[in-house]
Design a protein around this ligand. Structure first.
Ligand code: SAM
Length: 270
């Protein structure tokens, strides 16, 4: 008997297939005693599979009813944090060692959560995520394709990303609208070094501001006319392109030029 009221607004699509659950956990290559976070444990089917690895488990679940159920069902050493994972203070929860995340993500918080994972990437050693297939494709998209955007660039800057497999929607209960996919993320060690990451990402975000506009127009908020002219002189071909055609290295060079033009990169800083 199902005693829960399934809440669609919380993205509650549960996984029951034991083979699939095993396959997901295997991707995480968890060692006994490793710290693992599961976001949105739901009724705990993936949780139980995770516990078999002997890991130390922290769960984030927003639904009070499910939290009560998880408390009753799971061994006391499992930490269950009730609330919105996006609002919880991760910094306070980070152990001294790196964390692995394994999650069948609620679709409605996937994008903001991905941006947060990117920001905190050094805290993790591996992340295994089930997401909507379309979102997985956007994350992996390459420059110049329709799916490419700020999310692709940011996720690919902070992580190397492997597409593990597709999961058909009928394997969930209740089935969602679209198929899902499982991605494996590893924090990247070879990303180009950014002199000022906050400045870099604010420029990049601005360039993606209006997808129909060319880069020169999207940068008007940041640069004076004289600065834009100077940028046009130094990198004439780039200003007439749209942000979604630029690769990671092209963005790095663009922002370097902007730092020089705006005086942020003074000779003493070099
Ligand atoms: N892991 C379970 C499974 O695979 O069967 C459930 C996955 S279900 C797709 C997503 C879960 O995330 C639900 O249990 C939902 O209540 C929970 N959830 C939704 N929004 C959340 C949030 N902001 N913070 C934490 N948990 C959330």
């Amino acid at each position: 008997m199902n005693i829960f009221r399934q809440k669609k607004s919380l993205g509650q699509h549960f996984l029951l297939d034991p083979n699939l659950l095993r396959k997901i956990v295997k991707l995480a290559e968890i060692l006994p005693d490793e710290h693992v976070w599961e976001i949105g444990p739901g009724k705990g089917t993936l949780t139980r599979e995770l516990l078999k690895t002997g890991c130390r488990l922290t769960l984030f679940e927003i639904d009070r009813e499910l939290v009560q159920y998880l408390h009753d069902m799971l061994p006391p050493e499992v930490t269950v944090i009730q609330g919105d994972v996006l609002k919880s203070d991760w910094q306070k929860l980070f152990p001294e060692t790196k964390i692995k995340i394994v999650s069948n993500l609620p679709f409605q918080i996937s994008t903001p959560l991905l941006f947060r994972l990117a920001q905190a990437s050094p805290a993790f050693s591996r992340i295994v995520l089930m997401l909507q297939k379309e979102l997985a494709q956007r994350i992996r998209a390459t420059a110049g394709t329709a799916d490419y955007g700020l999310l692709s660039l940011k996720m690919q800057y902070y992580f190397s990303i492997k597409y593990a497999f597709t999961v058909k929607k009928h394997l969930f209960k209740p089935p969602p609208r679209v198929d899902a996919a499982v991605l494996v993320l590893h924090p990247r060690v070879d990303s180009p070094i950014l002199t000022d990451p906050d400045f870099f990402w604010s420029i990049v975000t601005a360039t993606f501001g209006n997808r129909r506009k060319i880069l020169g127009n999207n940068l008007k908020k940041f640069l004076s006319l004289a600065q834009l002219r100077e940028l046009g002189r130094r990198a004439p071909e780039i200003l007439v392109r749209r942000a979604e055609t630029l690769t990671e290295m092209e963005f790095v060079h663009l922002v370097e030029q902007i730092r020089r033009i705006t005086g942020l990169d003074s000779p003493e800083d070099r």
